[in-house]
Design a protein around this ligand. Structure first.
Ligand code: NOJ
Ligand code: CA
Length: 543
């Protein structure tokens, strides 16, 4: 692959900066901590980092409520530190992808503050509408926010009974993308960071910017469930023109800057529309992450994703977890539903079934080998390489995700996958904060995480961390090829394919299966694999 095409095969590491590494001891991850861990990321063998929003924010939604798109959140650092980080990452040949949040701003953004003061024209940049019913007592339509509760909040004391739209928290008012100033402002924000050398952007809620004209009723706004994503707020044709404009901004730079869309849409065909040659480069294909540990579902999902991406000449994009979903190990720690699981990966049944984390880890190791053997780009969410599990038992008073409050304390939300990383095999905070820290980590870490720390795994050749390092090194040799997936005939429960000179075998079934005679094992997710592949394991072989 030429250097310019790095993004077509890249392994991108997602840095949830608040929980990655705390440099100054206030219990919150920051740029100093991140910069100090660059050697760790380089050794892991990734090509790029994607950093969740690091802009000034009141943190109503962990930074997805941005108050100023051209600056750095003070608890994370300064613009100078950001510049230095970008330069230091580039020195190690690690690209830097930021997170842009164009659907909404913080309610503290100067534009929304001006709108609340009713400065001339200021409200037109957002979606203010009069309420329904006598005295405008009812919201303008029936939309229910992704986090729960109405998607509208009333402007207190407003003589016109106005409400404003927020698909997420009330502190995240939606922008009006029909407004030319909104469009030019975001193109300016892209250029601001591109000029600093940033290599690309992950686009938050890329499918939500344009709403159906007239804002007709549409009911509940679901986030993760693709099957249910048809809604007047989602995936409207008008969004594509915005991305054509963004692509022309990216194309002004050399090397070209790239985009990755977070777009929850009903099908890979709809997703491919975001990836047409004059729009975005890549888009997360979330079916892979929603698939249970079952060969048949995985194979269908993989085929569909590859066909969708190929229809527009884009690379497929594999993701097993991120900061919005339960961690992979935990999803695989219980019995696996048939088909694509719905409703939060069946979180509703989690109370009834105890998690078997050893089993979950075994499957997660195998699935990592599957992910890295596929064509296209792959994402690793921080802590995935350590095999961390979802922290399911966070105390209620520690929870920070707005979902917890907005759902009336029925949905525990996403804090369980956002717990700060363990670096050292010692007591809490396991080196997340330096010695002498003045505050505890912003979310409490579980008592046994020392054994999953980087330090504990570093010295253990059989660890999760070593598997990731080995896989990423060998991926360059084995799988960075244009060769397509060619499925092999296998027993039910087994997934196997050839790509180029290598084969990947995955066993999700109940019994060990023989490997083809004469192959040599290059990397296995469990020790001791030679000619048979045990259950819940994967292997890379050369034939
Ligand atoms: C998707 C982000 O990944 C999530 O964390 C956030 O809450 C919503 N978009 C709203 O910005
Ligand atoms: Ca800090």
């Amino acid at each position: 692959m030429s250097d310019a095409a790095w993004w077509k095969t890249a392994v991108v590491y997602q840095v949830y900066i608040r929980s990655f590494a705390d440099g100054n001891g206030d219990g919150i991850g920051d740029i100093t901590g991140l910069t100090a861990r660059l050697p760790y990321l380089a050794e892991l063998g990734i090509d790029a980092v994607w950093i969740n929003p690091w802009y000034p924010s009141p943190m109503a939604d962990a930074g997805y409520d941005v108050a100023d798109f051209r600056n750095i959140e003070p608890s994370y650092g300064t613009l100078e530190q950001a510049d230095a980080f970008i330069a230091a990452a580039h020195e190690r040949n690690i690209r830097v992808i930021l997170d842009i949040v164009p659907n909404h701003t913080s309610d503290r953004h100067r534009w929304f503050q001006a709108a609340l003061r009713d400065e001339p024209g200021a409200r037109e940049r957002y979606l203010f509408r009069p309420g329904r019913g006598p005295g405008g007592q009812l919201p303008p339509n029936d939309w229910q926010s992704v986090f729960g509760g109405p998607a509208w909040s009333r402007v207190e004391g407003d003589p016109d009974n106005l409400w404003y739209l927020h698909l997420f928290a009330p502190a995240q008012p939606d922008l009006n993308w029909e407004h030319p100033e909104v469009r030019s402002e975001f193109e300016g924000v892209l250029a601001f960071w591109f000029d600093k050398g940033v290599d690309g952007f992950r686009i938050d809620v890329a499918h939500g910017l344009v709403k159906e004209a007239g804002l007709p009723d549409g009911g509940v706004l679901t986030a993760g469930a693709q099957h249910n994503a048809t809604h007047p707020a989602w995936d409207q044709d008008g969004v594509h023109e915005i991305y054509r404009g963004w692509r022309s901004v990216a194309n002004r730079y050399a090397p070209e800057r790239v985009f990755i869309a977070e777009a929850w849409v009903p099908s890979n065909e709809r997703l491919a529309r975001y990836l047409r040659p004059d729009e975005l480069h890549t888009a997360f294909q979330f079916d892979f992450l929603r698939a249970p540990w079952r060969a048949s579902t995985l194979r269908t999902v993989i085929d569909d994703a590859m066909a969708g991406a190929a229809s527009v000449g884009a690379p497929p994009t594999w993701v097993l977890s991120n900061h919005d979903v339960p961690r992979t190990v935990t999803r695989y720690s219980r019995s696996q539903p048939a088909g694509l699981s719905e409703s939060e990966w069946e979180r509703s049944r989690w109370d009834e079934e105890v998690a078997d984390h050893d089993l979950g880890r075994r499957r997660a190791r195998a699935c990592a080998l599957l992910q890295f053997a596929l064509p296209g780009t792959a994402y690793v969410y921080q802590g995935e390489e350590l095999g961390l599990e979802e922290v399911e038992d966070l105390p209620a008073e520690a929870r920070q995700d707005p979902t917890w409050v907005q759902s009336g304390f029925t949905d525990v939300g996403r804090d369980g996958c956002r717990v700060p990383l363990p670096w050292i095999n010692g007591p809490v905070p396991y080196g997340f904060s330096p010695a002498g820290a003045t505050a505890d980590p912003w979310l409490p870490q579980p008592p046994h995480w020392g054994e999953h720390s980087v330090q504990a795994q570093d010295g253990d050749a059989a660890s999760f961390l070593h598997l990731y390092r080995d896989a990423l090194t060998l991926r360059r040799e084995l799988w960075e090829t244009d060769a397509e997936v060619s499925w092999l005939d296998t027993d039910a429960g087994v997934l196997a394919f050839t790509r180029g000179d290598a084969q990947c075998w995955v066993n999700t079934g109940d019994a060990a299966v023989p490997l083809p005679p004469g192959v040599s094992v290059v990397l296995a997710s469990v020790p001791g694999v030679t000619d048979t592949l045990p259950t819940d394991a994967a292997v890379w072989v050369r034939g």
